[in-house]
Design a protein around this ligand. Sequence first.
Ligand code: 3PG
Length: 308
Amino acid sequence: MTKVLIATDKPFAAVAVAGIRKVVEDAGFELVLLEKYTQQADFVNAVADVDAVIVRSDLATKEVIDAGKKLKIIVRAGAGFDNVDLPAATEKGVVVMNTPGQNSNAVAELALGMMVYIARNSYNGSSGTELRGKKLGIHAYGAVGRYVAEIAKGFGMEILAFDPFVSKEAMEKDGVKWVESIQDLYSSCQYVSVHIPANEKTKKSINFEVLSMMPKGATLVNTARKEVIDEEALMEIFEGRPDFKYVSDIEPGCKEEIITKYPGRFFFTPKKSGAQTSEANINAGIAAAKQIVGFLKNGDRTFQVNKF
Ligand code: 3PG
């Protein structure tokens, strides 16, 4: 029988798993569940006799892909697929897909939530600041960036965005000011919300030059990936700019140093939790299951990210 494995170190909500099960079983396939696993070896073992895998940020390494003797497709239930070894999958003829947009609202809500939290001094009772009237820079105007813009408009923020792949007209239609460069964005916004993927071009691209341009009272909001931040530069900025704050859904490597040296100027979620809502789990999980059924039954390759 065709088997579909859900391998999630950080499990989906139970209601999402039930929805995925229905899609898989209605197609005549069997669902196998590996949740909260503690060792990568558990994933490697579980993949041995399955045809398809659904992951979140789980590491679909070459070892995992090689162990999947019948493996035909991996779907990352979410946006970023930097956790999947694409060359290894392509070499073995394994299709890799993501589910773009399905968890974006959840991530955007967290970005705004963290902004309010830090603007109100971590709710410590002292007098904070408001978001209304402040400039928010959106670094990459994709699915999450658009939701961030939509919600931030409700807060009365002025919204600017930089994205070389999105036209000025498209942004203006959304009431967002198009800017030409990263420099233009960081130098004019008190808040910058980062939504770029982690790849060879973007790693450490948010560097000292860019961060030091931010105006007084700046807050950097990261719900993307820690790799896109140059953490040495981040520490230099923290040290030299007592007004600078950083809120992130991904704990930085320099977390302990920040916690010790710069109290009140940061917030980190304990586990990457941007997409951790029932709604996002249902949307992304069920989309992943449907994409697997569509591919295995009809060869539908929509959302394939490793073209071959
Ligand atoms: C994504 O890329 O979709 C988000 O970072 C969410 O990741 P998660 O599914 O591991 O929470």
